[in-house]
Design a protein around this ligand. Structure first.
Ligand code: NAD
Length: 486
């Protein structure tokens, strides 16, 4: 599937070289080494993929679900066997630490496992005698061809939020992975190839905007799953739904953590540092804002400053490293620019991660953990998704005021509370306007059998990814009213 120069697409059960002539370099964010090139596939290659998927879908929907999931059992075993190699690939192209890469693959594999429950997940329901001698049944049937467009920050996990469910429920699938991290998907498709799936059930088409647009406009593609930044999520949602498709589009985030004075401060600082700086802050569930309430300010500030300053930064494959680089040099410059703007707007740079190098990796996109204090609520830094290892601190006098600050955000991906009070926790989870909520937890990532529940501008659509929502999203209901006169 790869040679050192260029990745290939996987269409109708075979690897095909893109004829586009346009490609991008894929580089290692830790040392700028050229890893491979990714083609920018044009519309006619999306057309080939959609045609192959549509042809395969006619047969695949009739393969018994118990047989369809056998391919996923094989995929699970292949992923387990390839775990270490795949984790190295993720670290090489994405920059996160090897342990973080293993962690995201684990979460991806959990989705394969949950999708193996498709025989139950896609069951319908029925009633006998809705009128005398008449029965009514609801069946779930696959949509046909569905596609997913994924971001750079979880190259192993996010394609697996969608692919296993889509095919288990009888659909054929097209993946357009991030052009920044295409190698992990290429490896995933090598493994899918080894499962013996019939040709056309899964397709991989590399590319960027032009490739996405061709998927959004293609009449055979019935549903789009998207994960990425909010402006693109909005765009994908409008264009996909305008052409009558189902769409579930997960967008950006600005997640807040509230710290009450009765929290276990050492644990809170450790967990918050992991949330804010893990994966170099490039997680849609990263803590971006910490709001201390009342007396919590002093003790939390000291503890988080220490946790930030002591975090080991370096190449994700090296022993002892706790945080890798950010994805690109442009990303690093953008984040540094935001830190500087925050400073000019009155924030204090309590821990400054700028201007530091990692020995032996001078070409890497390294930015060390940064903590901004006294960030203005409602100001630019409080509102903007930074998507880097920067924690902005704000202060509130009461939990009510802090919840209001959280709820004023245009995003609603995650909000967390640290406390030892059950009453405060109950108030928080009831009132906070976010779809994924953590209580004494810093990354409230839903397991594969719960929906990934972003709200507000963190999500456009109705049905989220994973679990039972995936069964709803990837099937349509057919109701049959039946009478058999005797
Ligand atoms: P991105 O929006 O730049 O790219 C995501 C995908 O969209 C890629 O496949 C890319 O090729 C494609 N794309 C980019 N611009 C496009 C355009 N103009 N038209 C059509 N397609 C386009 O996102 P990214 O930088 O890869 O990922 C980071 C973002 O993803 C952050 O905002 C993060 O919060 C978000 N994210 C959200 C979740 C979630 O669950 N809500 C999870 C992971 C990441």
């Amino acid at each position: 599937m790869t040679n050192k120069d260029q990745l290939q697409n996987y269409i109708n059960g075979e690897w095909r070289r893109s004829g586009s002539g346009k490609s991008l370099n894929v580089t290692n964010p830790a040392n700028a080494e050229l890893l491979t090139q990714v083609p920018l596939s044009p519309g006619d290659e999306v057309e080939q993929a959609a045609r192959a998927a549509a042809a395969a879908a006619r047969e695949w929907r009739s393969v018994p679900v118990t047989e369809r999931v056998q391919y996923l059992f094989k995929l699970k075993n292949l992923l387990e066997a390839d775990l270490k190699e795949m984790a190295r690939t993720i670290t090489n192209e994405c920059g996160k630490t090897y342990a973080e890469s293993l962690g995201e693959l684990r979460r991806g594999i959990e989705n394969v496992e949950v999708a193996c429950g498709a025989p139950i997940l896609m069951q319908g329901y029925n009633n006998e005698d809705i009128a005398r001698g008449i029965d009514e049944h609801m069946f779930r049937q696959p949509l046909g061809v569905v596609a997913a467009i994924t971001p750079f920050n979880f190259p192993g996990m996010i394609p697996l939020w969608f692919l296993p469910y889509a095919i288990a429920f009888g659909n054929c699938f097209i993946l357009k992975p991030s052009e920044k991290v295409p190698m992990t998907s290429a490896r995933l498709f090598e493994l899918l190839d080894q499962t013996g799936l019939p040709p056309g059930v899964v397709q991989l088409v590399h590319g960027a905007k032009e490739t996405v647009d061709a998927l959004l406009d293609h009449p055979a593609v019935r549903a789009i799953s998207f994960v990425g930044s909010t402006p693109v999520a909005k765009y994908v949602y409008s264009r996909a739904t305008a052409s009558g498709k189902r769409a579930q589009c997960q967008g950006g985030a600005k997640n807040a953590i509230l710290i009450l004075p009765d929290a276990d401060m050492q644990m809170t600082a450790t967990v918050t540092a992991e949330s804010a700086f893990g994966c170099a802050g490039q997680r849609c569930l990263a803590a971006s804002v910490a709001i201390t309430v009342g007396e919590a300010r002093r003790s939390f500030t000291e503890a988080i400053a220490e946790a930030a300053a002591s975090r080991q930064v370096g190449c994700g494959l090296d022993a002892g490293v706790e945080m890798g680089p950010v994805i690109t040099a442009e990303s690093k410059a953008r984040i540094e620019g935001l830190i500087e703007r925050g400073r000019r707007q009155g924030a204090k740079v309590l821990v400054d991660g700028r201007g530091k190098q990692v020995k032996g990796y001078e070409q890497g996109n390294f930015l060390f953990p940064t903590v901004l204090q006294n960030v203005e609520p409602g100001g630019e830094i409080a509102r903007t998704e930074i998507f880097g290892p920067v924690l902005s601190m704000m202060h509130a006098e009461s939990i009510e005021q802090a919840i209001e600050m959280v709820n004023s955000s245009r995003y609603g991906n995650m909000a967390c509370l640290f406390t030892s009070s059950g009453a405060a926790a109950r108030k928080f989870r009831h009132q906070v306007a976010a779809g994924n909520v953590g209580i004494n937890v810093g990354v409230a990532a839903p397991m594969a059998f719960f929906p990934f529940s972003g709200w507000k501008e963190s999500f456009f659509g109705d049905l989220h990814g994973q679990g039972r929502h995936a069964a709803e999203f990837y099937t349509e209901t057919k109701v049959v009213v039946e009478r058999w006169p005797s």
